[in-house]
Design a protein. Structure first.
Length: 125
């Protein structure tokens, strides 16, 4: 892979995750200010997406974000998935195409409202 292709792939991933305005921002740490908390969360997802993993496990990827901040990354991230594995108490309850997720939630009595996806709602136990 050329350096130019790698840079374009990284930039495209950052844009998909809504981080285009922070492309030249340092991550930051205890000694210097940098990305905000929600930007750091989205950046960590970007880093994982860049490796083209066979399995990407996001446990409550929008936890700790206010509703306005979590709306954008949750929907965008969800639609990047090809397959989805849903667990309940450590057991697989659904594994298959992410596009089947709404049908699955409806089949167990938790229909997903129009214009939402499973990252926007919490299924009952």
């Amino acid at each position: 892979m050329s350096v130019a292709w790698k840079k374009e792939r990284a930039d495209a991933t950052l844009r998909e995750m809504g981080l285009q305005d922070a492309i030249n921002t340092r991550v930051g740490g205890w000694s210097c200010k940098g990305l905000r908390g929600r930007q750091k969360r989205r950046l960590s997802i970007c880093v994982e997406i860049l490796t083209h993993p066979r399995l990407l496990f996001l446990d409550e990827s929008t936890s700790g974000l206010d509703s306005a901040a979590s709306y954008y990354p949750s929907s965008e991230v969800f639609y990047l998935f090809h397959d989805l594995c849903l667990l309940s108490s450590g057991e697989t309850v659904h594994f298959g195409p992410a596009s089947d997720a709404n049908q699955f939630s409806a089949s167990i009595g938790f229909p997903c409202p129009t214009l939402y996806n499973l990252m926007n709602i919490t299924l009952g136990s």
